[in-house]
Design a protein. Structure first.
Length: 379
């Protein structure tokens, strides 16, 4: 049954991390906020990831959003009461060209080089083939399965009106049309990740937004001691902005692709995060399409397990869950669009939404609506 809907200062479409960041930015400034989502909870990319907040591996604009996000993650964890640790990130290097990439990045600060013995104390790795590594100091880790739900509860307690199972059919200047009626508002923020092409196809086409599907697993492991922090490998270094465009990384990428074309074919990011219950998230592969197939070839999963078994000095992981994640992908790292109707559209379009999404929302809402500085307002 259609029902009347009250007005709001800000309506946010989407309850993923960017939408939650937008709601948090608005409610802290005393505004009435409504968040709309067609599902009954955050179920997309915000919960289907490593929980790795890879702050200092970003560069440029992404690093600015990541640094701001770090402050907001710490504040939200304290106030909303979910698990977050200032772990940093470990990188395991198994070739001299990986050490060269890390040493070049370390010259700018925030990265501490590790010798093999120290790395082995921090992670249960096989010593053979290991040549050293690094610790990226400012990174964080959370559990994506519990963090988003805790943020929703906290924002609701602050006064945000969450209206789940409510689909948005149209947005425009000062109004939002939904399957449960119309909402009048002062501002609209659309943060629906890859589904932007369903609500605002012209925006999606203008920014060349596609979908990136990734495969991941969660496994039971028998480690002699837990990981001290999320763990990256050489395959990770060729992905992240701080490392990706250097001469040293070009050399590394050429070697990896020449030696392991089957892993390059699945666009591997070989990384690991360990959850508080001891299980290990392993991944991930990447495939771009306008409409990714729901079928997950076993090739990627077999590669994940083989690489984990070769890396860790422990019995083989035992898979307990598999899943497909999907995120918006475009030629730029971010989609930021504000049309003549004043609707603000935001998305992270390179798979770094958890790392940058809170800062992306905070900074761009403040700029669009003329709000005060980022960290002002009540908690």
């Amino acid at each position: 049954m259609t029902r009347a809907v009250d007005a709001a200062d800000v309506v946010v479409v989407g309850s993923g991390i960017v939408g939650l960041g937008a709601a948090y930015a608005a409610v802290r400034r005393g505004l009435r906020v409504i968040v709309l989502d067609r599902t009954d909870a955050p179920v997309g990319a915000t919960i289907r990831n490593f929980g790795h907040l890879c702050i200092a591996a970003q560069g440029g604009e992404a690093r600015r959003y990541a640094d701001l996000s770090r402050e907001l993650w710490l504040r939200l964890a304290r106030d909303a009461g979910f698990w977050l640790r200032e772990s940093g990130t470990m990188v395991a290097a198994r070739h001299d060209d990986e050490i060269a990439v890390l040493e070049a990045a370390a010259r700018d600060g925030g990265i501490r080089m590790l010798d093999t013995s120290e790395l082995l104390r921090l992670a249960p790795l096989r010593a053979e083939g290991l040549v050293g590594g690094a610790h990226i100091e400012s990174d964080l880790q959370t559990d994506p399965r519990t963090a988003a739900a805790a943020i929703v509860r906290h924002l609701a307690a602050l006064g945000v009106d969450f209206r789940f199972r409510t689909a948005v059919t149209a947005v425009g200047a000062g109004h939002v049309e939904t399957t449960r009626g119309s909402i009048s508002c002062g501002g609209v923020v659309v943060a629906v990740n890859h589904d932007i092409d369903q609500l605002l196809p012209d925006v999606a086409e203008r920014h060349h937004v596609d979908r990136c599907a990734l495969d991941m697993v969660r496994a039971a492991v028998s480690f002699p001691h837990p990981l001290a922090a999320p763990l990256l490998t050489g395959w990770s270094l060729v992905r992240y902005g701080r490392f990706a465009d250097t001469f040293e990384t070009a050399v590394l990428r050429e070697r990896l692709h020449a030696e392991r074309p089957e892993l390059a074919a699945i666009d591997l990011n070989q990384m690991y995060t360990q959850l508080p219950d001891g299980t290990l998230i392993i991944g991930d592969s990447h495939a771009t399409s306008a409409a990714p197939a729901p079928f997950q070839p076993e090739t990627a999963f077999a590669a994940f397990l083989a690489e984990a078994e070769a890396l860790f000095d422990a019995p083989p992981p035992r898979v307990i869950e598999r899943w497909q994640g999907v995120y918006a992908k475009g030629p730029q790292e971010f989609l930021i669009d504000r049309g003549d109707d004043g609707v603000l559209v935001l998305a992270a379009t390179t798979g770094i939404g958890m790392t940058t999404g809170l800062g992306l929302a905070e900074e761009n809402l403040a700029a669009a609506f003329g709000w005060a500085a980022a960290m002002e307002g009540t908690s």
